[in-house]
Design a protein around this ligand. Structure first.
Ligand SMILES: Cc1cc2nc3c(=O)[nH]c(=O)nc-3n(C[C@H](O)[C@H](O)[C@H](O)COP(=O)(O)OP(=O)(O)OC[C@H]3O[C@@H](n4cnc5c(N)ncnc54)[C@H](O)[C@@H]3O)c2cc1C
Length: 441
């Protein structure tokens, strides 16, 4: 591969910025251009809820890099406020539009990486366009929510997944009256319900109103507030609503270019992040990955995989023969709400049961260190494995009153790899112990 290769990357956050940085490490002379529609690149999405709630006070700390630092450190040509609007695969060029001036230009590439991410879901419900209903993805979304929260008292968070829980906690820090609405009858849908009960108690203890097993039906203005109607018939008044019900891959550009997409609209890639066009790679929330348990196509919209996939794409572009295929994804995640943390990897019991899979399970209720040593805190660990070969299918843990030195972790991922065998259970437990005790960074 020529060292003056023209590499164009669309999307400048987790996957795109990682691809660009890795590409520069592998080639000093490649012409690397990073195209970003928004005003920011490489920012810390994971920190957004904590700036809203005031735990993070320095907004600039969320911008991990700027176009200027990326130019100075890595000689990247970063174009923010610029949208890629068309890919000409035959001519190997991308059409760009400046959002400020509307000016159009074509940029040629030898290799193209698509890292356009995903957009928050906004279902077409009655009243959904009310300006008091906000979503969180960018620094600008964060600013809007923080500004709206300043004059709001009653806040509804819709969706009790990771972002919903973090937002509910942060609004409590701001002394808002918070209701968390979730369609399923439990928090954290990827976990088995019994594993979520610590968290449920913790939210109630901090005054969060829970509307579980109830979905939003629509919104309508009501005497100054916004009335949120639930499917059950209940109506809750709010000054601010944050929708956190999941994301949809931002793949219109890839679709229009005729790239192969999966059934849910994600870009199909191989284990080297190649699309069906050998000169176009894709990474991050926009792509389909292999489920580690079944090998089937799935989507794991998380920062860790996005970074890794971005680097993997660059590796394959510059060192195709040395690059190893990426294994499938586990959906490894962790979240904290007040004093409780919950982490998971692999498949839940309910999901295995629904898929008709045979499994065995064990749940351990214990302390995070020896009970007779001061400060012992209870934890619950759940392990699921395949009785045929002992392969571990799921590890999940929850610990109340999460505090101490491990609280320094801010990346919310749970590094417990589910490919251990049951015969490696000692090692597996050790990993969980490291997470709770000291190993998570
Ligand atoms: C509030 C919040 C908290 C989170 N917390 C965690 C966490 O704790 N742990 C974790 O693992 N993950 C977390 N995530 C998820 C994580 O941030 C995402 O998985 C990750 O950012 C995905 O990276 P990406 O590069 O694929 O997409 P994105 O980060 O969405 O970046 C894609 C970029 O591409 C740009 N773009 C799209 N189309 C075009 C185009 N046509 N032209 C130019 N630019 C374009 C978009 O403007 C966007 O900036 C969180 C996400 C949010 C929103």
């Amino acid at each position: 591969m020529s060292s003056s290769l023209r590499l164009v990357i669309i999307g400048g956050v987790a996957a795109g910025a990682s691809a660009a940085a890795r590409a520069r490490r592998l080639s000093e002379t490649a012409q690397i251009t990073l195209i970003e529609r928004g005003p920011d690149v490489s920012f810390a999405n994971c920190g957004l809820p904590y700036f809203v709630g005031g735990e993070i006070t320095d907004r600039s700390s969320l911008a991990l890099q700027t176009p200027q630092t990326l130019k100075a450190m890595l000689n990247l040509d970063v174009r923010t406020g610029t949208e890629a609007v068309e890919i000409d695969r035959t001519g190997k060029r991308v059409q760009l539009r400046s959002l400020a001036s509307g000016a159009i230009e074509w940029l040629s590439y030898d290799k193209l990486v698509l890292a356009p991410g995903a957009s928050p879901l906004r279902p077409p419900l009655p009243g959904i366009d009310d300006p008091r209903i906000l979503t969180l993805r960018s620094l600008q979304d964060m600013d809007r929510i923080k500004a709206a929260a300043a004059s709001a008292q009653n806040v509804i968070v819709i969706g009790a997944g990771f972002i919903g829980l973090e937002m509910a906690e942060q609004f409590v820090h701001l002394k808002k009256t918070v209701t968390l609405v979730e369609m399923l009858d439990q928090l954290l849908p990827p976990l088995d319900k019994p594993m979520t009960l610590f968290m449920e108690d913790e939210l109630k203890r901090h005054g969060v109103g829970l509307a579980l097993g109830d979905a939003i039906a629509g919104f309508s203005p009501a005497s100054g507030a916004l009335a949120c109607q639930l499917k059950s018939g209940r109506s809750i008044a709010a000054d601010l609503v944050v929708l956190a019900i999941g994301v949809r891959p931002d793949t219109a550009l890839a679709r229009a270019a005729g790239l192969e997409l999966g059934t849910r609209g994600h870009i199909r890639v191989d284990a080297f992040m190649r699309t069906n066009d050998p000169d176009i790679y894709a990474a991050g929330d926009a792509i389909e990955v292999r489920d580690f348990v079944t090998g089937d196509a799935t989507a794991v919209p998380l920062g860790g995989p996005a970074n890794r996939q971005g680097r993997a794409a660059a590796d394959h572009i510059f060192r195709p023969t040395e690059t190893k295929p990426l294994p499938g994804a586990l959906g490894t995640a962790i979240v904290r709400a007040f004093g409780v943390a919950a982490g998971l990897t692999g498949w839940s019991e309910k999901r295995l049961r629904a898929a008709g899979r045979t499994y065995r399970t064990v749940t351990v209720n214990d302390n995070h260190h020896a009970g007779y040593y001061p400060g012992a805190l209870p934890i619950i660990l759940k392990l699921l494995w395949d009785p045929a070969d002992g392969r571990i299918l799921r590890g999940a843990g929850q610990r109340p009153r999460w505090r101490g030195q491990t609280y320094r972790c801010n990346r919310r991922r749970y590094h417990w790899r589910a490919h251990y065998r049951r015969s490696s259970a000692t090692r597996t437990v050790l990993c969980a112990t490291i997470w709770f005790g000291q190993g998570y960074r």
